[in-house]
Design a binder for this molecule. Structure first.
Ligand SMILES: [Zn+2]
Ligand SMILES: [Zn+2]
Ligand SMILES: [Zn+2]
Ligand SMILES: [Zn+2]
Length: 440
């Protein structure tokens, strides 16, 4: 239901019971407006300035011949999906870091108890954080993540850097341990995160992601010195703010090459957070890696593929928890037993990964080509989607309903193999499969 426009109300100016100054101003402007155009609903004449920039979603929805809204709604859904994906599928070769290390800093100050996001910023953050961690590890199986909370003016270590999604998820499970209190301290928390990433090898990315709900920070020293140190250590800071933009936060992100965003509502909050899931592109002209390896060369790193012990193996102690259990993985270099991969061997330091993990990270480096929307037909196209064999619609949608990146025929063509796919398969190929079924 669209909200009723002011002009629809019948205002009788003499029947205002009590007028304070604000109300008078408001009524005056409204009276002029109403008089200026009578009872008309003219869109430009007399509309408030903010109305001009406000896109009325109910105006863009159009009924089809049968008077049904279903097609229009599906169209809107597809459009928003494509918009979300369009930005992440590029053609240009980008250098990406597939071995990522991220410290997840969560604001646990009293500002997180605000209820401007439902049910509260705190509850919403916890549930998004859980989804984010699962998705992040799914897309970055070789990554590691640690969690730091910001409350009572200090940084609080909640979870150590770990490559196991279950360990990280555990940090966000117990709500009572994360109860918001006091003021946050950006400097203390960033310093803590920085210290825990100091030892990391050069081939991995170092990232800090901050969810910041407060508008203040309580710091023992100069926050800008900490930012300088992060720039020096090549730590990328990204911030999702929940209240408003703070200059120091934006500067921090810009100087370290991260992303800054202010969440407008619950959905936008999630979008901002999940944009940080794919590995960041290495935009610096001379990356740290290249600088070290010399021009045109790549740095090699050692990885070990472990032997997996079956559940029937005789129980033995693992080196990571000293627990007696049967399952586990044997380090190929020192033969010690670890519980989970990917991890760094606790004894010899070798990075232990399973080959499926490595393969899953691979697609970020060689993404499936972005499909191009087919705008005009020449009559020689296949009648069905190359992936799911469902027939394409035979009638084109009105050109009014199309915008950039959308095909009026519902066809999206792979630039390499020239096969046509429908919108659903286009999304599936780029979101889940990461390889074009036509190119094979
Ligand atoms: Zn263990
Ligand atoms: Zn080892
Ligand atoms: Zn299909
Ligand atoms: Zn293809």
């Amino acid at each position: 239901m669209p909200p009723r426009r002011d002009a629809d109300f019948n205002i009788s100016d003499d029947s205002e019971p009590e007028d304070d100054e604000l109300d008078e101003d408001y009524n005056a402007s409204r009276t002029i407006r109403t008089k200026g155009k009578g009872k008309g609903k003219g869109k430009e004449l007399g509309a408030y300035a903010w109305e001009a920039s406000y896109k009325r979603s109910w105006d863009t929805v159009q009924e089809d011949e049968a008077g049904s809204l279903q097609a229009a709604v599906q169209d809107l859904v597809a459009r928003s999906k494509r918009r979300r994906c369009a930005c992440s599928w590029g053609d240009a070769p980008i250098r990406r870091t597939i071995i990522r290390h991220m410290m997840f800093l969560v604001d646990l100050s009293t500002a997180m108890m605000d209820r401007d996001m439902r049910p509260s910023r705190f509850d919403l953050t916890l549930s998004y954080a859980r989804e984010f961690v699962s998705e992040w590890f799914d897309q970055n199986p070789l990554g590691q993540m640690g969690v730091v909370g910001m409350r009572n003016g200090v940084g609080e270590r909640i979870g150590d850097m770990s490559g196991n999604p279950q360990d990280v998820l555990k940090c966000f499970l117990d709500k009572t341990l994360l109860e918001p209190a006091g003021e946050p301290s950006l400097q203390n928390s960033i310093e803590m995160a920085r210290a825990s990433m100091n030892h990391l090898p050069t081939h991995s990315s170092r990232e800090i992601l901050i969810i910041f709900g407060s508008l203040t920070t309580v710091d023992p020293g100069n926050l800008l010195d900490t930012v300088d140190a992060c720039v020096r250590d090549q730590i990328r800071i990204s911030i999702v703010a929940l209240s408003a933009e703070m200059k120091v936060c934006r500067d921090m992100c810009e100087r370290t090459g991260g992303v800054f965003g202010v969440a407008l509502n619950e959905g936008h909050y999630k979008d901002l957070l999940f944009e940080l899931v794919p590995p960041p592109a290495d935009k610096s002209p001379v990356s740290r890696l290249a600088a070290q390896a010399g021009e045109g060369q790549s740095e090699l790193m050692q990885m070990g593929f472990p032997t997996r012990l079956p559940a029937t193996a005789p129980p033995s102690l693992c080196v990571c928890h000293s627990r007696l259990r049967s399952e586990g993985y044997i380090c190929p270099r020192c033969n010690s037993k670890v519980c989970d991969v990917p991890t760094d061997c606790d004894i010899c330091g070798l990075m232990i990964v399973s080959s499926p993990h490595l393969a899953r990270s691979y697609h970020h480096l060689f993404p499936a080509p972005a499909y191009k929307a087919v705008l005009e037909l020449d009559g020689k196209e296949a009648s069905a989607c190359h992936a799911c064999s469902l027939p394409f619609p035979t009638t084109a949608r009105a050109p009014l309903q199309t915008e950039e990146g959308m095909s009026p025929h519902g066809r999206y063509r792979c630039p390499k193999c020239k096969h046509d796919f429908d919108a659903e398969c286009d999304l599936f190929v780029h979101d889940v499969l990461h390889v074009c079924p036509g190119c094979g």
